[in-house]
Design a binder for this molecule. Sequence first.
Ligand code: ARG
Length: 467
Amino acid sequence: MTISGGGRLPETLDEAMAELNASVDVDSELWREDIEGSTAHARELARIGVLSADELDSLLGGLDTIREEIQSGAFAWDPALEDVHMNIESRLTAICGAVGGKLHTGRSRNDQVATDLRLWARRRSRELLDAISAMAGVIVDLAERELDTLMPAYTHLQRAQPSRLSHHLLAWQESLWRDYGRLADAVERLDECPLGAGAVAGSGFPLERARVASDLGFGQPMRNSIDATASRDFLIEIACALAILGVHLSRIGEEVVLWSTREFGFLELDDRFTTSSSMMPQKKNPDVAELVRGKSALVIGAATSLLVLEKGLAYGYGRDLQEDKRPIFDACQAVWQSLRALTGALATARFRRDRLQAALGEGHLCATDVADWLACRGVPFRQAHQIVGQLVREAEVRGVGLEALPTEVMARAHADLVCPEVREVLAPASAVERRRVHGGPARERVVEAIGEARERWAAARNAQPAR
Ligand code: ARG
């Protein structure tokens, strides 16, 4: 079979051109979807009378054989046949004879590859949605388990105010929730089938495109044949959603790295998610988190590649689009691996409650609470802020915490501060419970947040089609 030439051009390509031209090492990933798309197209060709019932049976039988061959590893992929589509079609013709050549009636590789990619993107995205939801599930479980573990909340990576570990974990979960929504939204939008769009201006055969679309589980055919073959924003959307998710996983990874240090000592990863050093026998490194942080760079790169790939293309298929596959495949794979590994690492990690609580002890974390307390007694907050700021300075000079300042120092700062209630104000545990606002770290709020998160994720899971 001649691929590059057809009847129009010579059969052989320059060797360098052949190498540039071939994509099967990458796009063979699409084999399931290619067979699925060809099956639907063959059925439609039979319905409009292009294929007899026997011819259809022969083609479907051939496609089944090819599926088995690929699954078992017996299929011989040939780069000279360029891509996944021509490899499969060529084998089909070898199996079925000349009727194999009828399969491409009313179809172009342009609508074929766009269809394959949408089917692939939908399947892969749904797997990723499940993986995001599984990770969120583990985080919510941890939040429940660690409900009574207090820790500092940080700004500028400096201890800021007393909070609880669950509250921090639920912050991770909130980012994942938005990531889930972005990806689910992208999947919803790609629910349109390009088949029948042909190379660019549609097929002259009376294909019932809505029927083909529904055979493949799409909501409807794409409305415009030029758009159907020229547009890859469905991949860009997914890649961008994954890039944002990648950034979140990377930030979580960064915290796991920090928290695993001796300096923080908040967290101990299970040994199975760490590695040692080839030189330093004592090392236990949080590689899982570092790799997740690293993989996010690749995902951001993929989103960038896809944006740049499309930006200079006039409407209509351009061969540049062949280069859309590696970035989206790699991005999905990187995020998939990251989600699974980080989920496992978190599920098996041990939080060091003693260290988390102890971190509340130094850093005058209740300074805001003292200022707030004065403000409640009518001192303008700005003035209260100034008063407490001076007390912190005094405490720093003496090398003690705010709560250890002698009464006379407190009294000098503001007469009200000698009140015994101030001791309570300076206790981290009560400071956390005072933050009872919606979205705050007080125990009752976090208990509600955990329940609400569980319901929200369960509803999202139920809304996904069963697999
Ligand atoms: N391998 C090609 C791709 O991935 C298939 C479409 C080729 N179309 C063409 N007109 N050469 O984009």
